[in-house]
Ligand binder design. Structure first.
Ligand code: ZN
Length: 192
């Protein structure tokens, strides 16, 4: 364990591992000094795999919230749905790479205004069609892969609603003390 890892993080990931169907998925929890705890979930059938992180929420590796960290059953349900839908060699989702309004550096995040009718990317907000309040473009958060926060978000942009951005900002600030957020949207995004 490291001083930058909140107590209880491995416990949340352990409970998530328990909530996943072991007949369908293998899970591997990796913890240790100097690295962020990560649960790798892999489909036994398709070999599709994703790395899951926990910090207040369960997170995909590309900085998208899955479910609150105290709700591993819901997270397991959503992870199951995602991995069942993912072909074994799927490229990164197109939306992640489609736009780069800026090139943030180490421990930098750039905010830009959504253009028109963009929707929040989170699974829970896609169905109801929650509008995005901000486009969040991630620089590299953390200097090494092992300590990186959301390694698959590096260099990519995600549309987020106000609550999703606030949760993302909170987690990023928890882990990257030098975090710089460059807001190019003009007025601050609304909270809802
Ligand atoms: Zn959202």
């Amino acid at each position: 364990m490291t001083t930058t890892t909140p107590a209880g993080t491995p416990t949340a990931l352990e409970r998530l591992a328990d909530a996943l169907d072991s007949a369908e998925f293998t899970t591997a929890l990796v913890t240790g000094t100097g690295r962020r705890p990560v649960l790798t979930v892999a489909s036994r059938r398709t070999r599709a795999a994703e790395d899951i992180y926990a910090d207040g929420w369960f997170w995909w590796s590309w900085a998208e919230r899955i479910a609150p960290a105290d709700d591993p059953v819901t997270a397991a349900h959503l992870i199951t749905a995602m991995l069942r839908a993912t072909p074994p060699t799927a490229p990164p989702p197109a939306h992640l790479a489609r736009r780069r309004p800026a090139a943030p550096g180490l421990d930098e995040i750039v905010l830009s205004a959504p253009d028109g009718y963009e929707l929040c990317r989170s699974q829970e907000h896609q169905a109801p069609g929650t509008p995005a309040a901000v486009i969040v473009t991630f620089g590299q958060l953390g200097t090494t892969w092992a300590e990186a926060l959301w390694p698959d978000a590096h260099g990519r942009s995600l549309p987020m609603c106000g609550p999703c951005w606030q949760a993302t900002r909170q987690a990023a600030e928890n882990h990257r003390s030098n975090l710089a957020i460059h807001d190019t949207t003009g007025p601050p995004p609304p909270d809802t």
